[in-house]
Design a protein around this ligand. Structure first.
Ligand code: FAD
Length: 438
């Protein structure tokens, strides 16, 4: 077993002894939750191996904080913190998402209406720069801008090597109540009321169809008269349409969507009977990545989250129904807890909302030549919304930097990666990931 310091030194050595002058990517132990792309240039990059960084270093029960390395999965993390009666304030819903990936990429779940993203619950990062310098970043020290900027930069500003983050008290079970609506207006007004009242522990929902809007409201509880699990024959999102309430063990609640959120495969009774237990989200992603050369691109369904300012959701849904008409959608209210430094000032000035609704469009079949990702990008630029960068990205460079904050990004990049060995954020997510040789 290497100590944390030995692991850091091993990473610094790799950075200093690179074989080529081409950009590098990272290798970690758990599967990546970016959607596999056929010609993603990053698959053939030289790798900096981060796979040893996957331990919990300390849990402080009194202060309710955890210090851990970036490669720990939320599954292992929740198992460990629950033994102290605590859980991370944000637990993304797939078991093998890692805390480093959640900060460098994105992360939200049904507690996001209170806490924002996982990064908003972090207190300190240790970051290794391209030259092998180790920086401690907090919201208040000399590296405060790096602390705020690391989120969503896909490892292009440095390697996260240690994270300190908040935990919250948990109970053994979660009781979920399903409120059913038939139109967007009453649904959105119920979300707003629970957001204002902060009277639930968890809030998310499934829009099954334009006429069936389910709001799922969860509370931690000490007792449960029954419990359900959704890791084999039962499919969680479907249950929200049928049931009026449910009880899950806390860990099963966090990972209730792990067999796929609204895109659960296999779907048939026999498929689920024989493969349902085995096909976790991690296995599905691993298999798609492995066999991507043989899978026709149109078979890989659309997987994207779009964050819509709450005041624009009704209008967006009218448009969405006309243009896309794909249901079910998973929806997660998300509080923008601060004026994020990584979003351009001009873009933020247009958006007055502090609450966003994340709509997860998962499992939509691609139709003909229609580029759904591009159509969504254009609509979002118009609406003041933002999408995740984990799948198809078609922004032009000038469009991209109208949304992401180039001044802040370049300022930090000059400090942490002046020779650009990690690529810049636009090049990594919108060009290399899409198959361009850069
Ligand atoms: C089907 C599907 C459903 C999803 N659903 C949700 C959801 O409901 N909620 C949610 O929040 N997210 C969801 N995601 C997105 C997921 O949370 C993000 O893609 C997240 O970034 C994945 O983390 P990971 O650990 O798999 O990181 P990876 O995919 O391995 O990495 C993501 C990026 O971060 C970089 N990175 C990883 N580790 C480090 C590090 N230590 N230092 C610096 N950079 C690093 C990588 O280089 C990469 O560019 C979903 C993704 C998919 C494919």
């Amino acid at each position: 077993m290497m100590t944390h310091e030995e692991k850091i030194n091993h990473i610094i050595q790799q950075l200093q002894n690179r074989h080529s002058t081409e950009p590098v990517s990272f290798r970690k132990k758990a599967v990546s939750h970016e959607v596999p792309r056929l010609n993603d240039r990053r698959y053939s990059d030289e790798k900096i191996d981060l796979s040893a960084l996957k331990e919990i270093l300390h849990i402080d029960k009194e202060k309710q904080i955890c210090i851990a390395e970036p490669g720990i999965t939320f599954d292992d993390l929740v198992k460990a913190t629950l033994t102290y009666g605590l859980v991370p304030a944000i637990v993304p819903e797939l078991k093998t998402i890692t805390i480093g990936g959640a900060v460098a990429g994105c992360s939200l779940e049904s507690m996001s209406f209170k806490y924002g993203g996982f990064h908003d619950t972090c207190l300190e990062y240790e970051v290794i720069t391209a030259k092998g310098e180790v920086l401690v970043c907090t919201p208040d020290n000399e590296n405060n801008l790096l602390f705020q900027m690391v989120h969503g930069t896909f490892g292009t500003l440095g390697i996260l090597s240690k994270l300190t983050f908040r935990l919250i008290p948990a109970k053994p079970f979660v009781k979920i109540t399903y409120r059913k609506f038939h139109d967007p207006e009453s649904y959105l007004s119920a979300i707003w009321q629970h957001y204002v009242d902060q009277d639930v522990d968890f809030m998310d929902g499934i829009i099954h169809s334009p006429e069936s809007w389910v709001l799922s409201l969860g509370h931690f509880t000490d007792k449960a008269s029954y419990t359900h699990r959704y890791d084999w024959m039962r499919i969680y999102y479907q249950s929200t349409g049928r049931r009026t309430e449910d009880y899950l063990r806390t860990k099963d609640y966090f990972f209730r969507y792990d067999r796929g959120v609204t895109n659960v495969t296999p779907k048939s009774f026999l498929g689920r009977l024989f493969l349902g237990r085995f096909m976790t989200s991690a296995r599905t992603l691993m298999l798609v990545k492995k066999f991507r050369r043989w899978i026709p691109p149109e078979m890989i369904p659309v997987t994207v989250d779009v964050f819509i300012p709450f005041s624009k959701v009704s209008l967006f849904m009218d448009w969405y129904r006309r243009e896309m008409d794909h249901f079910p959608l998973w929806c997660v209210p998300y509080k923008m807890v601060r004026r994020y430094e990584w979003i351009s000032g001009n873009f933020l000035d247009r958006v007055k909302d502090e609450l966003f609704l994340d709509l997860a469009i998962y499992g939509m079949k691609k139709k003909g030549d229609k580029n759904v990702y591009r159509i969504l990008e254009e609509k979002l630029m118009d609406t003041g919304g933002i999408k995740t960068l984990i799948s198809g990205n078609y922004y032009t460079e000038s469009e991209f930097w109208k949304i992401w904050n180039k001044d802040n990004y370049d300022h930090i990049k000059r400090r942490t990666d002046p020779e650009n060995i990690f690529r810049d954020l636009y090049t990594k997510t919108c060009r290399a990931a899409m198959g361009e040789r850069v």
